[in-house]
Design a protein around this ligand. Structure first.
Ligand SMILES: *[C@@H]1O[C@H](CO)[C@@H](O)[C@H](O)[C@H]1NC(C)=O
Ligand SMILES: *[C@@H]1O[C@H](CO)[C@@H](O)[C@H](O)[C@H]1NC(C)=O
Ligand SMILES: *[C@@H]1O[C@H](CO)[C@@H](O)[C@H](O)[C@H]1NC(C)=O
Ligand SMILES: *[C@@H]1O[C@H](CO)[C@@H](O)[C@H](O)[C@H]1NC(C)=O
Ligand SMILES: *[C@@H]1O[C@H](CO)[C@@H](O)[C@H](O)[C@H]1NC(C)=O
Ligand SMILES: *[C@@H]1O[C@H](CO)[C@@H](O)[C@H](O)[C@H]1NC(C)=O
Ligand SMILES: *[C@@H]1O[C@H](CO)[C@@H](O)[C@H](O)[C@H]1NC(C)=O
Ligand SMILES: *[C@@H]1O[C@H](CO)[C@@H](O)[C@H](O)[C@H]1NC(C)=O
Ligand SMILES: *[C@@H]1O[C@H](CO)[C@@H](O)[C@H](O)[C@H]1NC(C)=O
Ligand SMILES: *[C@@H]1O[C@H](CO)[C@@H](O)[C@H](O)[C@H]1NC(C)=O
Ligand SMILES: *[C@@H]1O[C@H](CO)[C@@H](O)[C@H](O)[C@H]1NC(C)=O
Length: 807
């Protein structure tokens, strides 16, 4: 660290600062590895971890690190909690009733999602528990983690306490992918080497790409470990391994987590470079500052201290988070930890209105904000997740760029103020692009894992003010969903009930579960509860009807409240369309999901805007821009439990003990009684249950097959790669994208002309290259077609609102 700052003394101070800000977490942040403790003096690996912690913790300012293999052996010595784990599986199965993709996951998607039957897999784990098949509690919980990861749906998550105290990582191993010219297949470099070359006056010949990792060809090694990343596409998973310029730039993430999921990957990492040099990275496990190993002497005591409920574990949650993110090697990622909420519960929304009034958008104060290693922006939102630029130089000076690595802008911690601010900033920017005759727009969505659902619709409406966004979705129909939907509808329809239970009524009034608050596929009102709820049988499962938000109101789950009004709907004006669709290009890297996926779908299907992919595996062929969850809503397990509690309460209040007692024996009661998930959740968020499920499937307008978008492959129109020159600024990458679309630039081999690319579907060539035309050879990737089957939609049994449910 010190010698590097000296090295930089001669460089421009701004560059030096950027360099320093971007260094992988310094080794000095870690307490030194204890050397005085010899493993063989300990009977138990957890005793060694504990002693190492005790020796280092008093003087440590950040996480304490211990050798990865010792930590792993300690975790492996924690005995299986058979009874608790059996209960945990039962509770997870109840929560998973709300997961909207259960039946589709069983089929999977060719080349993208391996088929997985979540319920049957959990049943197998039950069997294995009963047969004593798990070696340790750690193996059981990692099994759950891998099972959920295998869906590729980052909305689906449950994190166990046992994964918290020891987080695996590698020191100094951050990686980047660089191509020689932007279309040649990229090679793998250490980020620290690239920084040394860029800012440290080290020549190109002195650094070399990585050839093998632990003796295996580097690309295949990384591809194999990337299978644990929660994306439903292999190029997205591969990109996830590497440093992401966009999210690091906006400080959405601090480094690339190439130990996917923070799980163990051996005691050390052997790298061999093309030039023949070999080096060994030390693999470590870090202990966040809030974890106190006092009393941990073996696997059994580890369990008692860390796995028996929140009070046993956490000294300070905020310190835990701060220290976990300080380590580049700590791999608790944003998506693993947070709910990636596209539309949080109506409860949270109603709640947030109270705080939202305090701060309003202050576009004026933002001019000094800028992103790390980005040029000075024309504007930037407070949280840096929205910023705008103009390209200069002949041939580019009519190009505007929006960099949006996240759809959840905030002012302070306030998301409602954040979307109001972004709305105003975007409006001002687009007005200026019209005035300054900027005719073309590049929207850089690299790294964008979603955010506030309204923000996706808002950006679309500002770009295409006269287009009615589709956004058709369905819930999975099942017992608990039916009771919840019917009961909230009943309250909403009954003045006496409203008056008697104001609290619940407020939720019903705004609820996404009340059919009167939303509209049908044709943007007209549902006729009745049954018209909305169905259930409709599609592909071996049951669903509600297609439902859309009514953007003219503030209910149904799409807005925080009247404190945000979408552009293009009263009382907001309908602005002029700032760009022609053919003059817009969307840039993605596969990490796009959630709100980003919803936005991408509107741009692709309703505006026919083309897209370009950056990065991916070093192989010829197309790549998919949206590799994250394409679901349109995640509900936290806390929210689901809250609604089940409320349903029981309301039933008791209005229908009496007998009815409540009955309901207590249904799925509602089962979820309401959740205890094991609470006890065994990782506690490093504000959530009581550290989990969530994807509740809404998103559908393509006019798709007769009714296939959730997650199970439809859609190639980008072109693919390019990052180069050494792009490292430190995105401008050259942006220019190459502009060249590929509108100039003489090329796309990577085989990346154009896939029959699922919108340019091909719409019959408008992406660029001037002959490759832009549809390929003659059929690709196997058109899942929409492969999946195409006549919809089995039928109106099933008609269920009277509350009464039938309770009989
Ligand atoms: C970089 O190294 C070259 C050759 O070793 C030297 O001529 C040059 O002055 C150095 N530049 C800086 C900024 O240190
Ligand atoms: C080979 O490449 C590695 C990685 O960039 C570098 O650290 C090392 O110094 C190089 N070795 C030689 C002999 O140039
Ligand atoms: C792939 O990774 C898994 C662990 O994630 C490991 O068990 C397996 O051996 C790896 N396979 C290869 C071919 O390296
Ligand atoms: C509502 O907001 C208050 C204050 O910000 C917070 O303490 C509380 O947890 C929130 N409740 C919900 C349900 O979001
Ligand atoms: C409204 O709810 C009250 C309280 O449960 C009930 O007595 C009344 O019959 C309901 N009214 C209608 C129109 O359903
Ligand atoms: C929507 O309109 C189409 C075309 O008129 C019709 O076939 C379909 O049944 C309508 N859907 C609903 C839910 O009314
Ligand atoms: C949508 O909401 C507006 C405002 O509340 C309302 O006037 C309109 O009737 C709603 N549309 C439908 C189809 O329900
Ligand atoms: C529906 O279930 C049947 C029988 O299990 C199976 O053969 C078929 O592939 C399933 N279809 C879909 C679309 O899931
Ligand atoms: C949204 O519109 C309503 C009127 O429909 C208005 O009362 C409210 O102040 C508006 N909110 C904002 C943030 O402009
Ligand atoms: C249910 O009722 C109990 C007792 O009145 C109350 O403590 C609890 O907050 C209620 N829960 C909900 C979700 O309304
Ligand atoms: C539901 O059952 C649980 C025990 O299983 C009990 O504690 C609770 O009071 C019951 N609630 C109602 C509303 O009957």
């Amino acid at each position: 660290m010190k010698s590097l700052s000296l090295l930089l003394a001669s460089a421009a101070s701004v560059q030096a600062q950027l360099f320093l800000d971007n260094l992988p977490a310094p080794v000095e942040d870690l307490a030194p590895l204890p050397t005085l403790f010899k493993r063989n003096t300990y009977q138990e690996p957890c005793q060694e971890v504990s002693a190492s912690w005790a020796a280092a913790a008093p003087k440590a300012t950040a996480a304490v690190a211990v050798p990865a293999d010792v930590a792993y052996k300690c975790l492996q010595s924690v005995p299986v909690d058979k009874d608790g784990d059996l209960k945990q599986i039962q509770e997870l199965k109840q929560m998973l009733q709300f997961q909207s993709t259960l039946s589709y996951l069983k089929q999977g998607l060719k080349d993208d999602i391996e088929p997985v039957d979540l319920m049957a897999s959990l049943d197998e784990m039950t069997k294995k528990l009963n047969e004593g098949g798990f070696k340790s509690e750690y193996d059981f919980q990692v099994g759950i983690k891998y099972l959920f990861s295998s869906t590729g749906d980052f909305h689906l998550r449950w994190n166990s306490d046992i994964l918290e105290p020891l987080i695996f990582g590698r020191l100094g191993g951050e990686l980047t992918l660089l191509s020689k010219d932007g279309v040649a297949f990229p090679e793998i470099y250490l980020v620290s080497d690239i920084y040394a070359r860029k800012f440290g006056n080290i020549s190109e010949s002195e650094i070399s790409p990585i050839k093998t990792i632990n003796g295996q060809e580097a690309t295949s090694y990384l591809q194999n470990i990337s299978t644990g990343a929660k994306y439903h596409n292999p190029d997205a998973r591969y990109n996830y391994i590497f440093r992401n310029q966009a999210t690091v730039g906006a400080k959405v993430s601090s480094s690339s987590p190439w130990l996917v999921g923070g799980l163990y990957d051996g005691p050390s990492t052997e790298l061999e470079f093309n030039n023949g040099t070999k080096t060994t990275l030390q693999n470590l496990a870090s202990i966040p500052t809030s974890f106190d190993f006092t009393g941990v002497i073996d696997g059994k005591s580890f369990f008692e201290v860390f796995c028996t409920g929140v009070s046993s574990t956490i000294r300070s949650t905020s310190r835990a988070i701060a220290s976990a993110t300080k380590l580049s090697t700590a791999t608790v990622t944003k998506r693993d930890v947070s709910s990636s909420s596209t539309s949080s519960s109506t409860l949270a929304k109603a709640n947030s209105t109270a705080t939202a009034t305090r701060s309003s958008a202050t576009a004026t104060s933002t001019s000094t904000l800028s992103l790390l290693n980005y040029p000075k922006p024309e504007f930037a939102s407070d949280s840096l997740t929205f910023s705008g630029y103009y390209l200069s130089d002949t041939g580019y000076d009519d190009v505007a760029v929006l960099a949006i690595p996240d759809f959840a802008p905030k002012v302070g911690q306030d998301k409602t103020a954040g979307i109001n601010q972004a709305q105003k900033l975007l409006r001002a920017f687009f007005a200026e692009t019209i005035e300054k005759k900027k005719n073309r727009l590049l929207i850089d969505l690299r790294g964008n894992g979603g955010g506030t659902i309204d923000m996706g619709f808002e950006l679309f409406k500002q770009l295409f003010p006269t287009v009615e966004p589709y956004g058709g979705t369905r819930y999975r129909a099942h017992d608990a969903m039916k009771i919840l939907s019917a009961q909230l509808a009943a309250i909403d329809a009954n003045a006496t009930m409203k008056a008697l239970n104001k609290d619940i009524y407020e939720k019903a009034e705004y609820s996404e579960f009340v059919w009167g608050n939303i509209v049908n596929e044709n943007y007209t009102a549902f006729k009745s509860f049954d018209d909305y709820y169905g259930p409709y049988t599609i592909d071996n499962d049951t669903f509600t009807a297609i439902r859309r938000y009514n953007f003219s109101n503030h209910v149904g789950g799409h807005t925080y409240s009247s404190l945000f009004n979408l552009t293009g709907y009263a009382p907001q004006p309908t602005p002029a369309q700032p760009f022609k669709a053919e003059n817009i290009l969307v840039m993605q890297d596969g990490l796009c999901g959630s709100t980003c996926a919803v936005f991408a779908e509107l741009m692709r299907e309703q505006a026919k805007v083309h897209s370009i992919f950056v990065g991916g595996r070093p192989q010829a062929g197309p790549a998919q821009g949206v590799g994250g969850s394409k679901g349109a809503q995640v509900l936290t397990m806390d929210t689901i439990k809250y609604y089940m509690d409320a349903a029981l309460n309301v039933t008791l209040g209005f229908y009496g003990a007998e009815a409540a007692n009955y309901m207590n024996r249904t799925a509602v009661g089962a979820i309401s009684h959740t205890t094991q998930l609470i006890k065994r959740s990782a506690h490093h968020t504000s959530e009581t249950i550290n989990g969530g499920v994807n509740t809404l499937n998103n559908y393509r307008k006019g798709d007769k097959t009714n296939t959730p978008l997650q199970f439809i492959y859609e190639a980008a129109d072109c693919r390019i790669f990052s180069t050494y020159a792009d490292f430190g600024s995105p401008v050259l990458l942006w220019k190459r994208a502009v060249e590929a679309k509108w100039g003489d630039g090329k796309c990577a081999e085989g990346s154009q002309g896939d029959k699922t690319a919108i340019s091909v579907v719409d019959g408008k060539a992406f660029n001037k290259q002959p490759e832009s035309l549809p390929k003659k050879v059929e690709t196997s990737s058109n899942a929409a077609e492969a999946n195409a089957k006549v919809s089995g939609m039928m109106v099933a049994m008609v269920v009277a609102v509350m009464a039938a449910t309770l009989l």
